[in-house]
Design a binder for this molecule. Structure first.
Ligand code: NAD
Length: 503
């Protein structure tokens, strides 16, 4: 690994990685069971470190700490003071970008050039929510003639349980933590077991910022143990989950008995539709970036291409050229475009889909993996050519650098095909016909659509999926619907009529 080329602070951060403990009530502690699991490098498949394997007892302790913080200092803190903490977290993240980004790449295999951008976005998440709470967390008031006034206020809900995946860990964790804390809740984070390093760094940052004890807690561990205990806990009001659809279903069942509120950000199999009048070069750039960035481990990846048949030959030829030239390699090398997949199990899963594609009658076209990185979980960027709508490789989320390529003739046909999967997270439409762009975008059953654009979004806009891609929306003021409880206060302004039963 090219550690020697990293900035000194990045190298130091990686070299100083040691055993990871829980962060509960402002203290780093060993798990109650005393058990740890081994965290493995995606690049070498060698051990990175040991990580606390949390369970029910750790969750119980974290919940006690979070409840006491919620009832105590944090719950009664003036908003200006609370926001000072939120801004401070953003500042300290910014000060440490050159440590956190390499740590993230080291742990996940995501290329460094991409993790640097993700980490900068993480700091922005805190600033953004501090500003949103001050400007947009507003109630309504209704005057009912001269008799009543009804008004609404928004209160924090309590303890937010946040369960996050490994594909963009730091960014996705902060995406939940920032609105949860800014609105006044306390937090228990259960990070993904395959990417614990930057979550732990975040705990260190928050510890340094001096947030009151118990406001922010991390319980590391397996989903089926630590995650499940958090979901089932009677005293946790909210679960915000990002991960696979099947896990989301399981979590909703397990949280039903304690009547949890859920936000679910789940899997995707998003289409990119390229019409014959599209800006060919830009559509090509966006298509390649959209599926091969983040190693293809991206929930909003355009993993299904529908290209108009009149341009398909040229478009596919150019795609092949790009795929052959994508730089696969060491995630620590700033010129790398695709790094190793997160874990051997995930690698095997992606590889099994490539075998399945062949069994289903499709043809594969793949780029190159340099010989000197063979110990890593590398999957070359791959096109599944001659794919057909009903194939499993078109219907199921592969979550790797793999693009299913299909063609179409008519607008109605492609809309049906785009909608013909169980997912509905994102979609991309490329056309120079503005009417068609809007028309097709609006007919696609997904939470988010981009027209002539790659996946860039303003933080004020809602994020989330339709169908099996999720429930609810995060982002902007939409996060308030989840992290706050609306309360209405009805006040009488005069002595109105009250029925006098039994008088
Ligand atoms: P995953 O579902 O395997 O795990 C996600 C988290 O859930 C992990 O922290 C895991 O430990 C925990 N978990 C697992 N079983 C649990 C249980 N029974 N109870 C409680 N917690 C449990 O997902 P992953 O493999 O880490 O992430 C990849 C998936 O995430 C993909 O499907 C991807 O599309 C999705 N994703 C969605 C979005 C979105 O915004 N829609 C964003 C990123 C990733």
């Amino acid at each position: 690994m090219k550690l020697d080329q990293l900035e000194k602070s990045g190298r130091e951060a990686i070299e100083s990685v040691t055993t990871i403990q829980q962060y509960i009530n402002g203290t780093f502690t060993v798990p109650a069971s005393g058990k740890f699991f081994t965290n493995i490098s995606p690049f070498t498949n060698e051990k990175i470190n040991e990580v606390a394997a949390g369970g029910k007892e750790d969750i119980d302790q974290a919940v006690m700490a979070a409840r006491s913080a919620f009832k105590g200092e944090w719950g009664t803190m003036k908003i200006e003071e609370r926001m000072k903490y939120i801004y401070k977290i953003a500042d300290v993240i910014d000060e440490h970008i050159d440590e956190i980004a390499p740590l993230e790449s080291f742990d996940t295999g995501l290329p460094l050039a991409q993790t640097k951008k993700m980490v900068a976005r993480a700091a922005q998440n805190f600033r953004f929510y501090a500003e949103m709470v001050k400007s947009r967390l507003v109630g309504e008031a209704y005057q009912v003639d001269d008799q009543f006034i009804n008004y609404t206020i928004y209160k924090p809900v309590g303890i937010a349980g946040l369960i996050t995946p490994w594909n963009a860990p730091f960014m996705l964790e902060t995406w939940k933590i920032a609105p949860a804390l800014a609105t006044g809740n306390t937090v228990i984070l259960k990070p993904a077991e395959w990417s614990p390093l930057t979550a732990n760094r975040l705990a260190e940052i928050i510890d340094k910022v001096g947030l009151p004890d118990g406001v922010f807690n991390i319980v590391h561990g397996y989903g089926e143990e630590a995650g499940a205990a958090l979901v089932a806990h009677e005293d946790v009001e909210l679960i915000s989950f990002t991960g696979e659809t099947t896990t989301g279903v399981e979590i909703m069942k397990n949280g039903a008995d304690s009547l949890k509120q859920f936000s679910m950000e789940l899997g995707g199999k998003s289409p990119i539709i390229v019409f014959d009048d599209a800006d060919f070069e830009r559509a090509l750039d966006a298509c390649v970036w959209g599926i091969f960035s983040f190693n293809g481990e991206r929930c909003t990846a355009n993993s299904r291409l529908y290209v108009h048949e009149s341009i398909q030959e040229e478009f596919i030829n150019r795609l092949k050229e790009r795929v052959s030239n994508i730089r696969v390699g060491d995630p620590m090398d700033e010129t790398t475009q695709i790094g190793p997949l997160i874990h051997k199990n995930h690698y095997e899963n992606v590889r099994s889909y490539l075998e399945l594609a062949k069994d289903e009658g499709a043809e594969l076209y793949s780029g190159q993996i340099p010989a000197d990185v063979e110990s890593g979980n590398f999957v070359a960027p791959t096109l599944i050519l001659n794919a057909e709508q009903e194939m499993r490789v078109v219907q199921e989320e592969i979550f790797g650098p793999v693009l299913a390529v299909m063609t179409f003739k008519e607008e109605e046909e492609v809309i049906q095909k785009a909608n013909g999967v169980r997912y509905g997270l994102a979609g991309y439409v490329w056309t120079d016909n503005i009417k068609r762009g809007h028309r097709v975008a609006q007919k696609i059953d997904s939470g988010m659509l981009w027209v002539n654009s790659q996946n860039v979004r303003d933080l004020r806009i809602p994020f989330g999926g339709a169908k099996h891609s999720g429930i609810g929306r995060e982002g902007g003021h939409y996060a308030f619907e989840f992290y706050t409880e609306a309360q209405v206060v009805h006040v009488a302004l005069e002595d109105h009529y009250i029925p006098q039963f039994g008088k």
